[in-house]
Design a protein around this ligand. Structure first.
Ligand SMILES: Nc1ncnc2c1ncn2[C@@H]1O[C@H](COP(=O)(O)OP(=O)(O)O)[C@@H](O)[C@H]1O
Ligand SMILES: Cc1ncc(COP(=O)(O)OP(=O)(O)O)c(N)n1
Length: 496
């Protein structure tokens, strides 16, 4: 493959260019794909509404699809307006006949923003057969309600329940879209049979230029999935791109007042930006653990540490475990230093190991045994908890494998999560706070710059690594993040 995915839109025509295949082709191109289109229907349509629909014979639709597939590789399919049950069945049969089915995003178009019907009411049942052949379905709230045969959801909780029912019924991913909710927020969620796998929550953009948002989002999603091969990531990128296209819509002046104008599909292209891409490792891993980071903020221990109400005995228990952890962590940093590919990086990990013992362990000592010996030993002889032992075992395994890139990825969360959390905790530090010295240490600019350097070395390792090794780095990073969460949660497992 050339790197430019071939994306086919199977959809109707909107001569005003805001929705339908016109929006699909613009979106596919803007998101870095080569756009193709097989027409299911012609509409007479403007920003004010739809005045007529003409559906060509389904035999002709099938001929378009077969002719194309016999020549061109298809990397993803976006399906939009189908109009009739016969067109739905035609597309289903064509998908079944393909030797290998490409990823399919189905936008089950039923009614336009203007309120005009774009699918025969009796065809709604036939849609279920096509949904079962799709990878992701993107109904808006009225479409979702029709598909689950319930009233239109007016709050997000009801929408999520409906979406999960649809996902479970057909074993597909369903993108719940909040565009039709009232209120200042515009949430979306990618939901599978077991519940949400990615959630998004942004402010609603105050505009009437929302004609074709669903078409544009689903085409962007198909294109970005064909490139990134990851549904949550493709959804994140597609949503971000659509939002900016809505924000930029006022630069266009299409249609008379009172209608719904189009999005500005070329907003980024015309300012010279490249199509949306997933950020490079390890930044992408960091974005992937956003939910875990939010969970960390909610851990009972962290909240009480921040507000100063934490029982000193519990803090001491945490410090004992942390001291044990840091003693071992310092040795693993030394191992990273030995494995580093050059002297500059080697010096960084060696210095990090030294600081771990002389500064961080010394701070523990000052809390646990004020005035005690400063000989680098662990300040307390507690036994490691199950959580501490599990975390260290994971790091030891990474070190023993002798793969420098995987080891530094496993070591990184201890820098990054602490620095990130520490920056927030430092902002609540004040004179008289019982844990001020602790909070200040993790908000220390020196620790922030060491964290930035650890990220940079890991980034360099990831750039040089094969896909397989990057996957192992990512797994090591994520596992360490889960251990970090368990480590914090252990002291707060039972609330007083
Ligand atoms: N006013 C708005 N501000 C921000 N995002 C919006 C707005 N309207 C729609 N969206 C987003 O556009 C996408 C399409 O949503 P929606 O309008 O519900 O679908 P449809 O166009 O199929 O009716 C979703 O990601 C939704 O969150
Ligand atoms: C030809 C055609 N296809 C689909 C739609 C509906 O577009 P959608 O993106 O769902 O956006 P709204 O128009 O509902 O905002 C259409 N109008 N025409």
């Amino acid at each position: 493959m050339s790197g430019i995915p071939h994306v086919l839109a199977v959809a109707g025509s909107d001569p005003s260019g805001g929705a339908g295949v016109q929006a699909d082709i613009k979106s596919i191109m803007a998101c870095g794909g080569y756009g193709m289109a097989a027409l299911t229907a012609l509409t007479a349509q403007s920003t004010q509404g739809v005045s007529a629909v003409h559906a060509p014979p389904t035999g002709f639709l099938r001929q378009q699809l077969d002719t194309l597939a016999s020549d061109v590789r298809i990397d993803a399919v976006k399906i939009g307006m189908l109009g009739t049950a016969a067109a739905i069945d035609t597309v289903s049969a064509w998908l079944d006949a393909l030797p290998e089915r490409p990823p399919v995003v189905l936008d089950p178009v039923m009614v336009a923003t203007s309120g005009d019907r774009l699918l025969d009411p009796e065809a709604e049942r036939a849609l279920h057969g096509l949904i079962a052949r799709a990878d992701v379905v993107t109904p808006n709230l009225p479409e979702l309600a029709a598909l689950v045969d319930e009233p239109v959801a007016r709050d997000w909780g009801v929408a999520l329940r409906q979406v999960r029912g649809l996902a479970a019924r057909h074993d597909v991913l369903v993108l719940a879209k909040g565009g039709h909710l009232d209120g200042p927020r515009c949430p979306d969620a990618l939901v599978g049979p077991d519940g949400p796998i990615a959630t998004f929550d942004d402010e609603r953009i105050p505009t009437t230029s929302t004609h074709g948002t669903g078409c544009s989002l689903s085409s962007a999603l198909a294109t970005l999935y064909a490139r990134e091969r990851d549904w949550p990531w493709a959804t994140r990128l597609a949503r971000a791109w659509v939002r900016r296209a809505i924000e930029a819509a006022d630069a266009l002046d299409v249609g008379r007042p009172g209608g719904h104008g189009p999005l500005h599909h070329a907003h980024a292209l015309w300012s010279g930006e490249r199509p949306p891409r997933r950020s490079a490792e390890p930044d992408a891993w960091w974005e992937d653990i956003a939910a875990l980071r939010r969970e960390l903020d909610e851990v009972w221990f962290v909240r009480q540490l921040a507000d100063g109400s934490l029982d000193p005995a519990r803090f001491a228990a945490y410090l004992e475990q942390d001291a044990l952890y840091l003693g071992a962590y310092a040795r693993l940093l030394e191992r990273a230093s030995e494995l580093a590919p050059d002297s500059a990086e080697s010096a960084f990990w060696a210095e990090a190991a030294r600081r771990c013992v002389t500064e961080e362990l010394a701070l523990h000592r000052s809390y646990l045994a004020p005035g005690g010996a400063d000989d680098g030993s662990s300040p307390h002889a507690a036994a490691p908890s199950a959580e501490t032992a599990a975390y260290l075992a994971h790091l030891e395994r990474a070190a023993q494998a002798g793969d420098h890139a995987v080891l530094v990825a496993a070591l990184l969360p201890c820098f990054w999560l602490y620095q990130d959390l520490g920056a927030r905790l430092a902002s609540v530090s004040r004179e008289g706070h019982p844990y001020a010295e602790w909070l200040d240490a993790y908000g220390d600019p020196g620790f922030a710059s060491a964290t930035a350097e650890a990220i940079a070395w890991t980034r360099r390792a990831a750039r040089a690594a094969s896909d397989d090794r990057v996957a192992r780095m990512r797994a090591a990073f994520e596992t360490s993040c889960r251990h970090e969460l368990a480590f914090f949660a252990q002291t707060g497992a039972t609330t007083p």
